[in-house]
Design a protein around this ligand. Structure first.
Ligand code: BES
Ligand code: ZN
Ligand code: ZN
Length: 489
C-alpha cells in the first residue's frame, strides 16, 4: 500500500473514492457535504459505522473522537468496507487533535491493519485492491500541519503496521507449515532483509547450554527445537532492551492432552515468539537508537513414547529443579530456559517476555486485553501506558506472596502448576520470576498475550485470527525510551 502526502486540497486530487471520517459522531460538521443523503441512508456516524455513497464517490465512516484509537479503528473500518470492491485509490483529509499529528499515524496504521487478509490457504483470493492512498494536508478543521513531521509519522506508521502484519502472517500459518526450523528461517530471512544479526541454536547447542527443560518439552515432536537470537546494535545505544518470546509452534498439551475443543487454535501458541520477530523487524527498520535483543524459544509440544511426563523432575538452565504435574503448562518451561539463556547473553536495562501463557489471563480480563506482571510496579505501569498509547489494551495484575506459595513443590524447588484453580495467570508469572536473575528482577515485565493474540472474530483494527498483539505496544515503548534522557524506570 502506497501513501502519498500532498499539500493539494482534496477536491483537486484524483482518486476513485474519498474517505471522510465523521468525528465526534456528529454529522453537523461543515466538511460533511452529503447530510441529506446520509440521513436517508440511516447513517448516524457511530464509531466504525460506514456509508458508501457510490454516486458521489464518497465513503463516510464514524469516529467517536479525535483520539488515536478511535481514528485507527475508523480508518480500518473504512478500508474493510472497500475490501470486496475493485477500487484501487482513495483520498482522505488529515484529522489532527489540536495540531497533534499522532492521529495521522493512527489513521495510516488503521488503513494498513484493516486491509490485512490471510489467504494463504484459499484457492480464490480476495485481497484488498486499494494500493494508493492520497493524504491531503487539508486539515478537517483548518489547522496548519508541518509536512516533514507528517511524512515522518507516516513512515513510522507504515513500519509499525507492516511489522504487525508480518507477525499476524507467522501466527496464522499452520503448524505443519510453521514448525521451529521454519520459524528460525523466517527470522534469518528477516534479519538479512533488515540488517539484524541472527544466531540460531539447534539441539546440539541447546544441550551444551544445559537447556534441558526446553529440550524435554520438545522431545516427543518430530520437529526439533530452535532458540533464535536476533540483535539490533545502533551506533550509540541509549540503553539495552531484551525481549523473549514463547514460540510453541503447536501446543497439543503433551501427555496432559488438551480436550479437542481447546486444541483448535493452538497454532497461535507461537504468538509471543512471532511478536518478538515483528518488534525486531520494526526496531531495525526504524533504526532506533536502542540496543535490542530478541530471543525466541521455538518448540512443538506433542505426545509420544518419549514425551516428558507428569511426575518428571526437570533441571532448568539456572540449576533449579521443576516438578512436572501437567505437561500442558509447557510455555513456562520453555520460557524458563530461554529467559536464563537471554540473561546469560545480555545484561539489559529492561527485560520483557511475551507469551500466550495462560487461559486464566483470558478468563480474568477477556479476549482483547494483555495482562502485565512483574516485580516492579513502575515497569508494569510503563508497559500498560505505552500499550494504550499504541492502541492496545493492557492491564497490570499484581503478584502476592499467598499465590506464590501455591507453586511450591514437596519434591523439587518449584512446581510447574499451582495447587489452586484460581489466579492462574499470576501463578504462571510467579513461576517465571524464579528464572529471573537478581540483576534483572526489577527490570522485568511478563506480558501474557493469550487473550488478544488470536481471536476468532474481527475486532477494532484486528481481523479474524492473529492480531499481532504486543508489536505496537513494544515498538512505542522502545521509541519512547529513545526520546528520554534517563532510561532507568
Ligand atoms: N498455550 C496455553 C495457554 C492458552 C490457552 C493460550 C488458551 C491461549 C488460549 C498454555 O500452554 C496452557 O495450556 N496453559 C494451561 C496451564 C494449566 C495447565 C496450568 C492453561 O491455561 O489451561
Ligand atoms: Zn499448554
Ligand atoms: Zn502453550
Amino acid at each position: 500500500m502506497n501513501f502519498e502526502l500532498t499539500v493539494l486540497p482534496l477536491d483537486t486530487i484524483d482518486a476513485e473514492i474519498e474517505v471522510i471520517i465523521v468525528v465526534d459522531n456528529n454529522l453537523k460538521h461543515n466538511f460533511v457535504q452529503d447530510k441529506k443523503l446520509l440521513k436517508k441512508a440511516g447513517f448516524s456516524a457511530g464509531q466504525d459505522e460506514t456509508c458508501l455513497l457510490l454516486g458521489e464517490g464518497r465513503l463516510y465512516v464514524g469516529a467517536a473522537s479525535l483520539q488515536s484509537a478511535a481514528i485507527r479503528t475508523a480508518a480500518a473500518s473504512a478500508i474493510k468496507a472497500l475490501k470486496g470492491s475493485n477500487y484501487k485509490s482513495i483520498k482522505v483529509a488529515t484529522y489532527t487533535n489540536e495540531g497533534c499529528t499522532y492521529t495521522l499515524r493512527a489513521m495510516v496504521e488503521g488503513f494498513i491493519l484493516g486491509a490485512y487478509t490471510f489467504e494463504t490457504y484459499k484457492s480464490k483470493k480476495n485481497e484488498c485492491k486499494i494500493d494508493h492512498i492520497s493524504l491531503s494536508l487539508e486539515e478537517y478543521s483548518g489547522l496548519k500541519i508541518d509536512i516533514e513531521k507528517a511524512s515522518l509519522l507516516i513512515h513510522k506508521a507504515q513500519i509499525t503496521a507492516d511489522a504487525t502484519n508480518f507477525t499476524r502472517d507467522i501466527v496464522n500459518t499452520t503448524p505443519d507449515d510453521c514448525y521451529p526450523a521454519v520459524m528460525a528461517s523466517i527470522a534469518e530471512g528477516m534479519a538479512e532483509d533488515t540488517g539484524l544479526s541472527c544466531k540460531i541454536l539447534k539441539p546440539k547447542e541447546l544441550k551444551k547450554e544445559n537447556m534441558e527443560t526446553l529440550l524435554a518439552v520438545a522431545r516427543a515432536s518430530r520437529h526439533t527445537p530452535r532458540v533464535i537470537h536476533l540483535t539490533h546494535i545502533p551506533k550509540k545505544p541509549k540503553c539495552v532492551v531484551t525481549l523473549v518470546g514463547k514460540g510453541l509452534t503447536y501446543d497439543s498439551g503433551g501427555l496432559s492432552l488438551k480436550p479437542a475443543d481447546f486444541m483448535v487454535t493452538m497454532k497461535s501458541d507461537k504468538s509471543g515468539g512471532s511478536t518478538v520477530l515483528g518488534i525486531m523487524k520494526a526496531v531495525a527498520e526504524l533504526d532506533l537508537p536502542i540496543e535490542v535483543h530478541g530471543f525466541v524459544g521455538a518448540v512443538e509440544n506433542m505426545i509420544g513414547g518419549d514425551a516428558y511426563k507428569p511426575d518428571d523432575v526437570l533441571v532448568a538452565k539456572n540449576g533449579k529443579t521443576i516438578e512436572i504435574r501437567n505437561t500442558d503448562a509447557e510455555g513456562r518451561l520453555v520460557l524458563a530456559d530461554t529467559l536464563c539463556y537471554a540473561q546469560q547473553e545480555v545484561k539489559s536495562d529492561y527485560l520483557f517476555d511475551f507469551a500466550t501463557l495462560t487461559g486464566a489471563s483470558v478468563v480474568a480480563v477477556g479476549h482483547y486485553t494483555s495482562t502485565i506482571m512483574g516485580n516492579n510496579k513502575e515497569v508494569q505501569d510503563l508497559v500498560v501506558k505505552e500499550a494504550h498509547n499504541a492502541g492496545e489494551l493492557a492491564t497490570a495484575l499484581d503478584f502476592n506472596p499467598y499465590l506464590k506459595k501455591t507453586i511450591k513443590s514437596e519434591i523439587a524447588d518449584v512446581c510447574n502448576i499451582s495447587n489452586t484453580r484460581y489466579g492462574g495467570a499470576i501463578t504462571a508469572g510467579q513461576f517465571l520470576s524464579e528464572f529471573i536473575d537478581k540483576k534483572h528482577a526489577d527490570k522485568w515485565a511478563h506480558i501474557d498475550i493469550a487473550g488478544p493474540a488470536f481471536v476468532e472474530h474481527a475486532w477494532g483494527e484486528n481481523p479474524f485470527g492473529a492480531s499481532g498483539a504486543g508489536v505496537r505496544m513494544m515498538v512505542k515503548l522502545i521509541e519512547n525510551l529513545a526520546k528520554e534522557d534517563t532510561h532507568k524506570y
